[in-house]
Design a protein around this ligand. Structure first.
Ligand code: BTN
Length: 246
């Protein structure tokens, strides 16, 4: 049994191009970065989202990245971001909000996106060194800024009717991340699968999954032992590893 991971106190920056980019550049430059390092920026000038999209957040939101070194097989690493989205959804409960997880790793409140996660592999000279988990959580985003996102989006402030201090919210989130990541590290996705399913958006219902080369429709039947989405259509089950639920 190895040492459980400890997430240190977050290091806050006023402004960075991208918190994921800052960690990646340090690692690439050969600087030692400890597993459990958490950094956050009050503003990002070039925040990145999944699928080459940009990520816009304001000063009152959370843009943070966590670096992790895992002993689990790399084939299991994709489900680590699902442990993170579950941590965010559970942390939101401390603010009176009911978070749902949307496969693979978004977090919704009242069917609107409140958090996105960008997981990136960090490698030096072709050797994997760990995983960078970038988390963008809308804490105090205004209704106008949410409307400009283009897809249904919300924030903790809009859903709770109160302004929240991003530093306090991140400290709460860090506790949940530490617990969920340690459980994932000990037992992989199966260790958190039931909990993830209990918060899953549209499980058992009709969904559309936009994949890299195909768009599939069917019933969201299950998530497998590695976090893969299992879609049912006309009695046939299809396993989907990559994509986005629309
Ligand atoms: C998504 O597209 O839903 C993922 C968004 C991830 C945004 C976060 S904000 C902190 C970290 N730094 C980045 O540049 N992106 C991630």
């Amino acid at each position: 049994m190895h040492q459980p991971l400890t997430i240190g106190r977050p290091r806050w920056f006023d402004s960075l191009p991208s918190t994921n980019g800052w960690l990646r550049d340090r690692i690439l430059a050969g600087n030692p970065v400890q597993s459990g390092t958490l950094i956050a920026a009050r503003t990002q000038t070039a925040g990145r989202g999944r699928g080459e999209r940009s990520w816009i957040s304001g000063e009152g939101d959370i843009a943070c990245s966590l670096f992790l070194v895992s002993r689990r097989p790399t084939s299991e690493w994709p489900s680590l971001s699902m442990a993170c989205s579950l941590a965010v959804a559970e942390a939101l409960g401390e603010f009176g909000l009911a978070g749902a997880v949307k496969w693979p790793n978004d977090v919704l409140v009242n069917e609107k996106k409140i958090c996105g996660i960008l997981a990136e592999i960090a490698s030096v000279a072709g050797k994997l060194s760990g995983i960078i988990l970038g988390i963008g959580l809308n804490v105090n985003m205004t209704a106008e800024a949410c409307a400009a996102v283009g897809k249904p989006a919300t924030s903790m402030a809009l859903e709770s009717g109160a302004i929240h201090e991003p530093g306090v919210a991140l400290d709460v989130l860090a506790r949940y991340l530490e617990s969920l990541v340690n459980r994932w590290e000990a037992g992989g996705f199966p260790a958190i699968r039931d909990e993830w399913k209990s918060r899953a958006h549209r499980l058992g219902r009709e969904i559309r999954v936009e994949g890299p080369d195909a768009c599939r429709e069917g019933i969201f039947h299950d998530v497998g032992r590695s976090g893969e989405l299992i879609l049912a259509r006309n009695g046939v089950l299809t396993t989907i590893l990559l994509g986005e639920v629309e």
